[in-house]
Design a protein around this ligand. Sequence first.
Ligand code: PPE
Length: 304
Amino acid sequence: MPIQKVDKIWMDGRLVDWDDANVHVLTHSLHYGCGVFEGIRAYEAAGGPAVFRLTDHIERLFDSAKVYLIDIPYTVAQVVDAVKETIRANGLSSCYIRPIAFLGYGEMGLNPLPCPVSVAVAVWPWGSYLGEEGLRRGVRLKISSWQRHDPNAVPVAAKGTGMYANSSMAKVEALKAGYDEAVLLSPQGYVSECTGENLFVVKKGRILTPPTSAGALEGITQDAVSTIATDLGFEVAEANLLRTDLYLAEEAFLTGTAAEVVPIRSVDDRVIGDPGPVTRQVQEVFFATVRGEVDRYKDWLEYV
Ligand code: PPE
């Protein structure tokens, strides 16, 4: 589905018309993939549009930039304000938010340091990433023939633009084989994550998720869901998982800002089944939380 166009995009300190938010073809990040980005969601809550864990996301953007030695010429607070301003300018009650910091047109060559740093924030209405049906009934996964990155090849803890070539290869492979999404394994053979989501399995009543050392991004939804599940009384832990831990899981689900909380129906055609009670409970509390309906987690919402 094409991006649903809105009026304005924030670019380098001011709002510009959507069609004017363009870059030069010699933009450094386009050629070499050194850029950092975020994916955030705003939800319609009783008190107006509320951004879920906005400051946490912008802090992660700055952490990613630090890893890449990209010097963002704003403070965290300024980018937080830019996100709110962009949502207000477009009159949206809920949306997906994509901040990006990248290296512009300057010098060519692999050294990115001489290039100017640009920052943009785009927002648009975006439904469930893996489809309404996926959200309700679950998605079918395939273990990719592409491995997740080695942490000494690229910085897996950063949300770097170029690193997503790996995710895109895996996504296309899974889609062409008739699946909804791919699972990537680490170079050591452990389950890492999906192309844009973290993974959870339920085994013997415990909820397990791979650690960042398996190459997974430290997900903000993963963190929120871990807190929610712990508060619901479940035991939640990080653990190295083998592909057979996925095949034999009692329940499994994935989490991410774009995807939200999505049940996993099967992995490599090994059926896990309809969403189980743990998945349903976590999903229910998560969606109530992002809409501001759970007092305990109201600090996670930043109103526009
Ligand atoms: N792993 C990866 C590789 C990833 O890209 C994301 C977010 C996550 C885990 C979950 O992180 P969090 O959103 O903090 O819970 N992926 C973003 C981009 C997805 C895309 O397709 O683009 C997102 O969900 O916005």
